[in-house]
Write a protein that binds this ligand. Sequence first.
Ligand SMILES: Cc1ncc(C[n+]2csc(CCOP(=O)(O)OP(=O)(O)O)c2C)c(N)n1
Ligand code: SF4
Ligand SMILES: [Mg+2]
Length: 343
Amino acid sequence: MAETTTFTNATQILEPFRGVKKVTLEEYFTSGHRTCQGCESALVMKLMVKAAGPRTIVLGSTGCMYVANTTYYTTPWVVPWMHTQLGSSGSAALGTAAGLKVLMRKGKMKAEPINVIAFCGDGGGADMGLGAISATLTHKEYNSLILLYDNESYANTDIQLSGSTPYGAHTTFSPPGKAVRIIHTRWKKNTAGMLAAGHTECRYVATVCPSYAVEMMNKVRRALTIGGPTFIHSLDPCPKGWDYDPMLSHELGELAIETGIFPLYEVEDGKLTYYGKTKALVEGRPRKPVREYLLKQGRFAHFTEEDLAYFQAKVDEMWQKWEIPAVIPFRRLDAAKAALAMT
Ligand SMILES: Cc1ncc(C[n+]2csc(CCOP(=O)(O)OP(=O)(O)O)c2C)c(N)n1
Ligand code: SF4
Ligand SMILES: [Mg+2]
């Protein structure tokens, strides 16, 4: 018999962890997974659900974080977890949030705020499922968080390039050869910026990196507290796909931020805030050269000085020419004219 309760659309109020010593000890993503040594996406899962707490449902689209986390008869998930189709994290988030809402409204289950988080990889989220995520971000009456864990390839099926793969990277779809050195010539999608700019009623979009764990957890907590549909994009070093020693995972995450390749920011109710070392870059700290990041990874081992210079120039452009540095690429007409005059 269902409990009689009053239905509200309230969210859980998850205050930020004020420093690492204040982080709760309980784990909801534990042993039982088979991800690679040094897998930062597994760390993201652990931090994400630790931040969310026990009254949480996690949904995940196909990819490493599905396959390696649900080997037959084992699972690291302590909270309810469900697999969804590769391009369906948006639909799964929206459907689950709507289902909970209607069950609570009809008194068929206890009315309480339950976090709904749907994760997806870059293949599933930034490419295949982008339409479903976009639709979900327009449904402001349903509380759900979509977390895109970006290991910059379709990793689970052996490292095919995605729209999130960096320029020039060696993947199984873009092997460098003698005749053509750079097979992948497209620049990485600006997914978080695109979703923030295009969904003005979505109240919270943020970027994170597991090298900054407390900040990451606090952004998850903020997204879930604010409610409505929200979106977080995480950059996750992947030892297998990026081809580096697993001991470098943390350092590569830091270098992605310090070189300015991946900015850390949040957009809450239309207001942009830069975070951590990204904030320092905005305030004038010099960016580290991209070569310090790229040359630690086997996927860029074929890069020549010319390739490094091209990559650096593209990152410089993000910081020097974009209307909102490293976030929104538009240029005002007068700024565009001035930029043209300088070239
Ligand atoms: C519709 C569909 N096409 C292809 C596949 C095969 N497939 C399973 S996982 C995967 C890679 C997904 O890449 P991503 O979303 O980036 O997650 P990752 O594996 O990198 O964690 C692919 C192509 C599938 N499951 N469903
Ligand atoms: S291939 Fe990459 S994302 Fe997949 S389990 Fe290994 S390290 Fe993690
Ligand atoms: Mg991927």
